[in-house]
Ligand binder design. Structure first.
Ligand SMILES: [Zn+2]
Length: 344
């Protein structure tokens, strides 16, 4: 009897609540304030992801520059040395009102509609030279002595750039899509890592493998064979070599998802693992990146990822084999020679 009474009370209460819906009135300003709050969190997380991705990319680029073992296998993406001081710039012009307010909160100051906010990346000269979210009016790069000069309201900050003989630009996009890709514009090749993939790959060894995989598409010349990639140059209008466009990922994402062949995907895995290893990461853990993604990320969100990075048992088995060979003491050069010998 008591149970029945309780059930009918719950029913009655639900019914009453449904009848008199509670609606707290919210003004337009209050709504904007809430949107700004979300944007602040987004920008901060984006910066943290950038700080995580950057040292991995730099570590791989430095390793590639200093290794001789697979030199002949790499196609240099550009004849020029890439000069980078590790300062990324967020252009204020063109930011919507929500993002502008969010950036003001983070920078702890009022911001004009133009100029840039600087964010320094770890393991690079900028890290010790500037505070994060410093506003600068403009910047210059001296081609002769490779020094970046940033002009604030009251000073000029000079940061010497590090030269990368094998240079690929990289961006972390604010998109939460679980993906990463390599592309090309008029300034050369670059990779884009979406925030979503950082979230679902908490292990740096595995994130390094995904980054290495995308770099391998560039360094093995897969992109040159993909039609339509050059269209990007016009759409993006990227004029500065190391420029931060926070929504970059979203803009290009739809248009140019490169379709690689199965063979190219396998090759990107092989060299991606190789680059990861040369940079000093644990390739046994790294090689399981796609398993981690497949088992932790929501299936609906992974659809896009696996449609551009088809992963199957064969690919897994093959990576496992390569890890085993390396653990047995074989060099990458030996493995490549052996595979070539078998297939010819
Ligand atoms: Zn791929």
């Amino acid at each position: 009897m008591g149970q029945l009474l309780r059930a009918s009370t719950i029913f009655l209460l639900t019914f009453l609540f449904a009848c008199a819906q509670i609606q707290v009135p919210v003004t337009k300003e209050e709504k904007i304030e809430a949107q700004v709050e979300i944007a602040v969190q987004e920008w901060k997380s984006w910066y943290n992801d950038y700080r995580r991705v950057a040292p991995i990319v730099y570590r791989i680029l430095r390793a590639l520059a200093s290794t001789d073992s697979i030199k002949e296998e790499i196609k240099r993406p550009s004849k020029n040395i890439g000069w980078d001081d590790g300062a990324r710039r967020i252009e204020l012009k063109g930011q919507n009102i929500i993002d502008h307010k969010a950036l003001e909160i983070i920078a702890k100051r009022e911001l004009p509609d133009n100029g840039y906010l600087l964010i320094p990346l770890p393991t690079m000269p900028a890290e010790s030279a500037i505070r994060p979210w410093t506003w600068v009016k403009e910047f210059k790069f001296n081609e002769k002595n490779h020094i970046f000069t940033y002009i604030t309201e009251d000073e000029e900050i000079e940061i010497p750039a590090e030269g990368f003989p094998i240079w690929i630009r990289f961006f972390v996009s604010r998109s939460r899509e679980i993906n990463a890709y390599a592309a090309q514009d008029k300034n050369g090749y670059f990779i884009v890592i979406h925030r979503g993939i950082c979230q679902f790959l908490p292990d740096d060894n595995q994130l390094a493998f995904v980054i290495g995989h995308e770099m391998a598409h560039i360094l093995r010349g897969h992109l040159g064979k993909v039609k339509g990639v050059n269209l990007l140059a016009g759409i993006l209008g990227l004029s500065v070599a190391i420029f931060v466009s926070p929504d970059l990922g979203n803009i290009i994402y739809g248009g140019i998802m490169a379709k690689y062949s199965r063979g190219q995907e396998r090759e990107a895995d092989f060299f991606g693992l190789c680059f990861t290893h040369l940079a000093g990461y644990d390739i046994e853990i790294a090689s399981k990146a796609f398993i981690t993604l497949g088992s932790s990320a929501p299936p609906s969100e992974l659809e896009q990822f696996f449609s551009t990075h088809p992963y199957d048992a064969e690919r897994r088995a093959y990576l496992k084999k390569v890890v085993k060979w390396i653990k047995e003491g074989k060099t990458w050069h030996q493995i490549i020679e052996e595979i070539r010998g078998e297939s010819s």
